[in-house]
Design a protein around this ligand. Sequence first.
Ligand code: GCW
Length: 660
Amino acid sequence: MSWEQAWLKYQAVKGYLDEAYFKEVYTLEEGKIIENALAELRLATNKMFGAAIERVNHLPTKGIHLSLVSKECLAKEGFQLEEKNGLIAIMANTQIGLLYGVYELLRRVACKNKMALLSLTRVPDKELRMLNHWDNIDGSIERGYSGDSFFFENKQIVVNERTRDYARLLASVGINATVINNVNVKQEATEFITNTYFESLKKLVELFDSYGIKLFLSLNYAACMELGGLKSADPLDETVIAWWHERMKLVYQELPTLGGFLVKADSEGRPGPFTYGRNQADGANMLAKAIAPYNGIIIWRCFVYNCQQDWRDRTIDRARAAYDYFYELDGAFLDNVILQIKNGPLDFQVREPFMPLFGKLKKTNHIMEVQIAQEYTGQQIDLCYLIPWFKELLDSRTYCGEENDTIKDLLKGKCCNHFGRGIAAVANTGNSENWTGNDLAAANFYGFGRLAWDSELTSEEIAKEWICQTFPDEEEVLDTVSRLLLMSWNTYEKYTAPLGIGFMVTPHYHYGPNIDGYEYSRWGTYHRADHFGIGVDRTKKGTGYASLYYPPLSQMYENVDTCPDELLLFFHHVSYNHILQNKNTVIQHIYDTHFEGVKDVERMIQMWKGLEHKLPSKEFHRVEACFHKQLDNAKEWCDQINSYFYRKSAINDKRGRKIY
Ligand code: GCW
């Protein structure tokens, strides 16, 4: 199958800068990483200028110079980029820093930034910048919307040119770790830690190492039973402990630079320590001890909740689960455990408050998990550029009592005793030829990487960079695609579940509306709508969830008058006539936003149509087809939501629009 180069197209940029920069490159360095940096320069020079760049063995007067230096401020992965009199110098403490510098240079050329007298220093602000793939060994992808896996085919691990291009895409935006298999580890994927897969994993590790990417694997917590034939996976059982020590020794003999493992335990049917009456720290630490001798890391997910809940029972609140299980264990985890916490307390909805564990863990390594796969945000059919949402999350204050108290401070390790370690995203790639199905969904892939590297970049800047590298250089293209991206998250929010209530999606598939689809089920995601009102009471009179935040957030959420509109129904059960801060009633707001959402999508289609003759036809039509599906989806949401709430409340739309 053929495929495209996403944002590494290196479109021709003839005439914009002195091409003498790209005639000669000089470096004393040798090795795989440097070879990759040079290969990238060669490829880009060829495509952008139709010329060849030559590696020379003396410092040229004009050209590119890659050199190692020793500067504390550049840390392990940072670089400096400087232009003076025709020479571009890239300096770093490590080869990987040089590779990142080369990608920065090429990005700047692709975006036609000025080169003369350029002087910049870039150091990633988060340590771990990671992707999680939910790819299965049979080639399918859980919540995958871009075709099948390119990591697995016929139960084998595939390492080919596409894998290399994948590594290039990651390195180009600074992603430095990846998990290639689904956290739901089933079938043969359990055997990744056996001889069966070591040979192909070695190839993969070698390739990823040469792009500064640490390979991690998802681990089956019950492997000691499934592979080892043990009767239990009790983390305190000596035979279990011994089995894992022996197993990790074997794994690291074969794969000494493996990053470690990601574990989903006691969640949605996956095995874990709870079965044996042990807690999450017992489970994580048992594995962590086994890989500590090899500097391995256990990333342990906090997505632990009871998915067998009785919908009649209003005392259980899924939103509380991660907090209730993990808060009291703060400090109980070993140094080489990192907790991975979903951004919100439910599950990647279009809007949720941030998970209250952020700012509360003061003695445990942790990272934030977001999802670019758009499971609940349009599945890469509907356009939903998530970077503005991630920015809002990163900018949120936790009020942890320190001067630097935002989530981005936390993830940078600037507060909470430096236990914030980075960010991970559930990935949105597959083997579709453009990587992400909808071409515009690649903006989330690119954007996540850039934001993971630098929380200060704006959504607009990221969009602009991505567009310049992806589409033909035309003012109108840049302007229209930017506007489309930047309006898309709000639009999606408008036509789907209102005011922070979440879900209301088709069960299992999670695309399209089904308002009561999860209402009488075991999954813990309810809206509690009746004739009088809607929303979940998470105040002290309800589940008490609002109190899990530090003040003033706890009070703000607790009080129905100060709770922000966009989260009102997440925290409160209110009547349809309740007046929002925006002065509208809840029911009128629901009607208005849903009609508006559909109008927005119609407008988006018109905007896109305006680009027909400016874009390559294949890309244009591929995206256009997605927009048409999005419009159907938006209409369906609008009509079902409006009809449902009209029928429940018997309150008319003030504007008399068509409701069924
Ligand atoms: O959102 C839910 C998804 C599951 C997923 C789970 C998780 C991998 O519907 O498909 O399982 O989250 O995050 O573990």
